[in-house]
Design a protein around this ligand. Structure first.
Ligand code: 4AD
Ligand code: MG
Length: 477
């Protein structure tokens, strides 16, 4: 008996004319003779050909969705569409499937329908391609940092501090909800809770990563992040994965340069390693766009967009420069933005970010030196006293993909900002300590994994690039 192999192992033809043994799930079964079989190891199915006279097969159970095991010989295929096929000697049905109610029929399903069947959608070509790409991107992220002298650190998921100060956090508690202990003043007595204080799921590992960078110099986190923002958009998840490098002795310019180098490396690595999947997604998108009116179609195909990003420098400009462009553009003057750009200091909405990237520069854009008022407390104040050393990287079709900054390393300035913003500093004593003992300039950023996957796969909705999405009113599976 030959050792079982993955369907991917058949691709290069090394096993031609040899006995092979594979497992998989039946995609289709035609003419009582041709099975398309897939095991997820690659996008293409292997065709298994049954000769009813010579093979031991009960064909009644070979239905779409069933799992089977096949023994046979790998031969060159005479048919169109595949190089090789398996002539089946023996086939065992491992798990049957009822063809009448198996949801993933061999036809086009809407993404909405597939989300309702998120436990089975991995068996479609599109979702399995996306998940293989997600895996390759994750590997490339570790590879990049490993090759560049960074240490992978694990920051807590349960935390007592609110890094972003946005207050959009999920609470973590083991209190019995039917008898919550109260203080005399009517507030919840968290001293009775598991940790003896109020705790939340983290919105960012940054503050702890900063502590670790103040000893290891170059670190990164890569983990799940939670935000209870009620944004029902195609770009927001309540649970998403973020990569956060943090570097001691590093200023904003070096931070921006690293982010650009990092993003290009990940995209190039994935483009080279996932050719078949990206080819498939490229065709999928091109076909889908054919259904759109001409002016809504992208000028570039998915592959062209990817190549463009790998081969071109990101445009870099300050918030004030971006503000002037937006304020003076025709679209703003004709009131075509939902939020008109009028006064310096306003936050850019995604419509503005996408205008800069898609219409004005037609290129990824880095905006830096944002007004202090719209950014987090930990960002380093510039000499002008009103902007901070923040940077956002904006991507075509997506908007913000990275948010980062140089951190405020001066104790007095940081304390003043915390006070001005009226932030409860009792959980931040240790963060302030870092400014007391060997403080150094340092910087870092956060990349949203799912947003990068959106870009590389050309998918439209962030819910389709994470296996089991968590969004408002949705935590099934
Ligand atoms: O800009 P953000 O909020 O930055 C931080 O959290 C910093 N602490 C990062 C740092 O400097 N270490 O988030 C960073 C990125 C965003 O640019 C976006 O790509 C992604 O995280 N992101 C989300 N992705 C999906 N769903 C959400 N709700 C997201 N919120 C942020
Ligand atoms: Mg941000």
């Amino acid at each position: 008996m030959s050792k079982p192999v993955s369907i991917k192992d058949l691709e290069d033809g090394k096993l031609i004319n040899k006995p092979v043994h594979v497992f998989g799930w039946v995609k289709t079964f035609r003419s009582n003779r041709f099975i398309s079989l897939n095991d997820g190891s690659m996008i293409n199915d292997i065709q298994c050909v049954i000769d009813l006279q010579s093979s031991e097969v009960d064909i009644n159970q070979i239905n779409t969705g069933a799992s089977i095991e096949v023994y046979g010989k790998l031969v060159e295929s005479l048919g169109k569409g595949q190089k090789f096929e398996i002539l089946v000697d023996q086939l065992n049905v491992l798990g049957s499937s009822n063809p009448d109610n198996y949801p993933i029929q061999p036809k086009k399903h809407s993404f909405e329908f597939l989300r309702e069947n998120a436990h089975l959608r991995i068996r479609t070509k599109t979702i399995s391609s996306v998940m293989r790409i997600r895996s390759e991107i994750s590997y490339a992220i570790h590879k990049f940092f490993n090759e560049n002298g960074f240490f992978y650190v694990h920051t807590p998921i349960i935390t007592g501090s609110d890094a972003e100060g946005a207050g959009e956090m999920f609470s973590v508690s083991s209190l019995d909800k039917s008898k919550i202990p109260m203080d005399n003043d009517g507030s919840i007595d968290f001293s009775k809770d598991f940790f003896g204080k109020e705790t939340h799921l983290t919105v960012s590992g940054q503050l702890e990563a900063e502590a670790l960078a103040m000893g290891l110099s170059k670190v990164y986190t890569f983990g799940p992040t939670f935000r209870a923002e009620n944004s029902n958009t195609s770009r927001h998840l309540a649970e998403f994965w973020m990569i956060e490098p943090e570097m001691a002795f590093c200023d904003l310019t070096e931070n921006i340069n690293l982010a650009e180098k990092f993003i290009k490396y990940i995209i190039k690595h994935t483009y080279d390693k996932c050719k078949n999947d990206i080819e498939f997604l490229n065709e999928r998108l091109t076909k889908e766009e054919m259904n759109l009116p001409k002016d809504k179609r992208s000028e570039l195909s998915l592959k062209e967009k990817i190549e463009f990003v790998i081969n071109n420098d990101f445009v870099k400009l300050s918030y004030s420069e971006a503000f002037d462009i937006l304020k003076n553009c025709k679209r703003n003057k004709k009131n075509k933005f939902t939020y008109k750009i009028e006064n310096w200091g306003c936050d850019f909405q995604s419509e503005h970010e996408r205008f800069l990237v898609e219409k004005h520069f037609k290129c990824p854009v880095v905006v830096y030196d944002y007004p202090a008022k719209i950014k987090a407390f930990y960002m380093r104040l510039n000499e002008d006293g009103k902007t901070v050393r923040a940077m956002d990287i904006l991507f075509p079709g997506i908007g913000e993909i990275v948010g980062g900054s140089q951190r405020e390393e001066r104790l007095d300035v940081l304390e003043k900002r915390i006070e001005e913003l009226d932030i409860d500093d009792k959980e931040l004593w240790w963060y302030l300590d870092l400014r007391k003992y060997g403080s150094v300039k340092h910087s870092g950023f956060g990349l949203g994994l799912e947003r990068l996957i959106l870009f590389i796969t050309g998918m439209n909705n962030i819910r389709d690039v994470i296996p089991f999405p968590r969004t408002p009113k949705n935590a099934d599976f």
